[in-house]
Design a protein around this ligand. Sequence first.
Ligand SMILES: [Fe+2]
Length: 386
Amino acid sequence: MTTSGTSARDTGVCARFVQVSDQQVPSPNPWSPLKISSAEIEKEIQRLADGESGLDGRRAASIVHPLSTDPGLGLAPGVDVTIEVLKPGEQTVVVRRNSSQVEIGIRGAGTVEAGGQTFGLRELDVCTIPSMKAYRHRNDSSDLWVRLSYSNAPLLTKLGVHYAEQLTGDDAEPDIGRAEGRAAASGNSATDGDYTREKAPDFPIADSGARMRGYEFLVDIEAVPNDALNWPWTEVTRHLSSEVGDGKRTIMALYNPATGRRQGATHSFFVTAARMPAGTPARRVDRGHRHTSMAINYHFSGAGSSVVDGEEIDWAAGDLLLSAPGWREHSHHPGPEGCGVFTVQDHPLQIAMESLIWQEDMYGPILTLGAEAGQTGYVGPREAGD
Ligand SMILES: [Fe+2]
């Protein structure tokens, strides 16, 4: 059918119709768990250090799951983990991109500049680089600097909307020192005119709570400042248990208030630091729990094992583990010497999509976290001790 003189055929492509009625009800189809050993990571760090840096100033390699396919390669669906290496004196080209990042220092030290914030990142320090903040990394130390960088770039790439630009010349320095985007800093005439959120129409419809609103509610949306944040390990460690029975938590979230009720470090990722002291009572291997969000663990001390859909996977300090592909049942079991773990999970993204379903007890209900009453008395699968 032709409308306004244009037909679908004019574009040279046509939609197809796929019968979906009477098909099987869909069910999650998660990837397999995957461990990248400390030896594998070390070998890749050495390879990057021995080679040439890229034109962007980076020495970087993404860790790709064998089931990952283009576009949007990653370690888990929608998530990549990149080993980032800089030699002494090196720095990266200034970049900004609409993906956001969580970084963990795993060796050495350097400086992160992002959207008006500057801080040092040492071993086990964590930081965020929010979307569209210009950023640069600089190794101003005398040793190799290595980070793990997690991002939602593969999801955006799959959606066909991963945007990135390198900022060079006169743009770079002003952008990296600026917390706001360029458009906001130079003034936005829409905020001064008649078409603003405050002046826009907004009417109730019927009696169900539905409304009709002016488009200004979107295009003049309330902004939530989201600066780059850092969590120095020297401060984080003080809040984690170091001896059995010291009354401190063994796992805590690294929280960014900009993410509100979605409890993220970024708008995509929930990040926890965990330390099980030596002598933590062994947990009886029984059933685990599962959730549609994925979990990637970086083990920085100790040793233990995880059980993922019945498969036991041993791990030790320096190992990275896709320990919980979405909806796989999993539980974690530190050994007698205890362990330290950073975990990155995409809960905030899934809460925003109202897709975070969670089954804490494999014989219990499936809850939609964020959309219905959650769990109380929660102590976590590592702490339950049963
Ligand atoms: Fe979990």
